[in-house]
Ligand binder design. Structure first.
Ligand code: ADP
Length: 423
């Protein structure tokens, strides 16, 4: 079946966020890590390609995005979505604007929208200004982000230096009048030569109207939330057949492993709560790993009953993390832990683990790479923004969930495993 919507995301967790929201519709969503090599096979109605171009040089970002577009077109897509962060994370040069413009040129389209709003997560846009909770973006913690510090809250002002074309706004007063009014305003702005249109949105109902107005644009751009209404809109008018492929849950052996490399406050609670259920656990100590490697963890793993889903964790409180970082350096401490968890996931898979829970954004990247996973089918959500995903590793069907930092409730690990049992 041809792809109905082709999505390009500027980073991996952004791609999973978008894929998870699209999959709420029940329609099959497939996420590819990077642009697939070779011809298109087995395209899903919704395809999301995860790139890593948020802070790359502009030329590199636009050419990667162009390759992704070509692949999605070959999969049959005629509508496209450029996904970036709901805090509009970009440097002075881009890459939000330049990628949008490069995609528009390739598609031969004269206008697109920008809507990073995500009301459920406190991201709202009013009169072109982006708010994080009650704070303007430039007064939120994003002002001190190490890679993409956001020092202006006005999306038009942020976008203008990034693009050649003119920038305009459809404000909340128009958005509140509904999809028809938005469409009319887009047409009026197009007549004036306005190419890049920032869209105000403060509530999910605004996003519904915007998606309703823009659903047939060749290119929409935004955070994940404005794409969420699209599957239902495409199903309602037959763009997507009612019998469009749904996810097929593979048969999975019961053996499981939980791997945690996140040290966030919530993950610390989740590890404690899981151990309190009586689950077996092995704590990785970065200093010990630096000296002796992961042998002790692997020996321990070899004695474990995987049907009881043991836990291997480097998760520690801030003081222990700082102590390890002071001795090893921040980057090296992280690498050592990621290498150890990668070795553990391979060993667990080779001993039969087919249900794998991973905590930590960077950790997730390391684990999926170790498993050689290049494609995920998005399954049911365990917690908002955290779905089960299905993939293949070394020819085995595997269920994988990748939870970053503070996501999920205290009992996330148990809930994740129970959710899979109920499928
Ligand atoms: P999060 O999603 O919570 O940010 P990440 O996996 O992205 O989690 O980042 C956590 C980083 O901290 C990883 O690089 C991980 O290897 C590293 N790490 C994990 N445990 C420790 C520890 N005990 N000491 C130092 N660094 C650690």
């Amino acid at each position: 079946m041809a792809t109905v919507l082709g999505c390009i995301a500027d980073d991996f967790t952004g791609a999973t966020d978008l894929a998870g929201l699209l999959a709420r519709s029940g329609v099959r969503v497939s996420l590819r890590m990077g642009v697939p090599q070779g011809p298109v096979t087995d395209a899903a109605p919704f395809e999301v390609i995860a790139l890593k171009i948020r802070t790359s040089p502009v030329d590199e970002a636009t050419s990667r995005a162009g390759e992704a577009l070509d692949w999605l077109r070959a999969a049959g897509a005629e509508r496209f979505f450029w996904k970036y962060c709901s805090t509009f994370d970009s440097t002075a040069e881009g890459n939000i604007g330049p990628v949008a413009e490069a995609l528009m040129a390739r598609l031969g389209t004269a206008q697109t929208i920008y809507c990073p709003a995500f009301p459920e997560n406190g991201r709202a846009i009013f009169m072109g200004n982006l708010f994080v909770g009650r704070q303007p973006l430039a007064e939120s913690p994003m002002k001190d982000h190490p890679l993409t510090p956001m020092r202006d809250s006005n999306l038009m002002r942020l976008l203008e230096p990034q693009v050649q074309g003119t920038v305009g706004l459809i404000d909340r007063l128009t958005v509140a009048r509904g999809a028809k009014a938005i469409r009319a305003e887009l047409a009026r702005l197009a007549d004036e030569g306005i190419v890049h249109v920032v869209m105000d949105a403060v509530a999910n109902s605004d996003l519904e109207e915007i998606a309703g107005a823009c659903r047939d644009m060749a290119l929409m751009t935004g955070g994940s939330a404005v794409a969420m209404p699209l599957p239902a809109l495409y199903l309602a008018d037959g763009t997507l057949a009612q019998d469009a492929p749904a996810l097929e849950v593979p048969n999975l052996a019961p053996e499981a492993i939980v791997l945690s490399g996140s040290c966030s406050a919530m993950t610390n609670k989740q590890v404690a709560a899981y151990l309190a259920t009586g689950a077996e656990g092995f704590r990785l100590d970065p200093l010990d790993l630096a000296e002796n490697g992961p042998r002790a963890a692997l020996d321990w793993l070899a004695t474990q009953d995987l049907s009881k889903a043991p836990l291997i964790y480097a998760t520690a409180d801030p003081a222990s993390v700082r102590a390890a970082q002071a001795k090893l350096g921040v980057a090296r401490a992280g690498e050592i832990v990621e290498e150890a968890l990668s070795a553990c996931v391979i060993a667990a898979r080779d001993r039969g683990a087919r249900r794998i829970v991973v905590a930590g954004g960077e950790t997730s990247g390391a684990v999926t790479q170790a498993l050689g996973v290049d494609r995920l089918e998005i399954g049911p959500e365990i917690a908002p923004g955290v779905p089960w995903c299905f993939c293949q590793s070394a020819g085995h069907p595997i269920a994988l969930t990748l939870k970053s930092g503070n996501f999920g409730s205290e009992n996330f690990f148990s809930e994740a495993l129970q959710k899979l049992e109920a499928l």
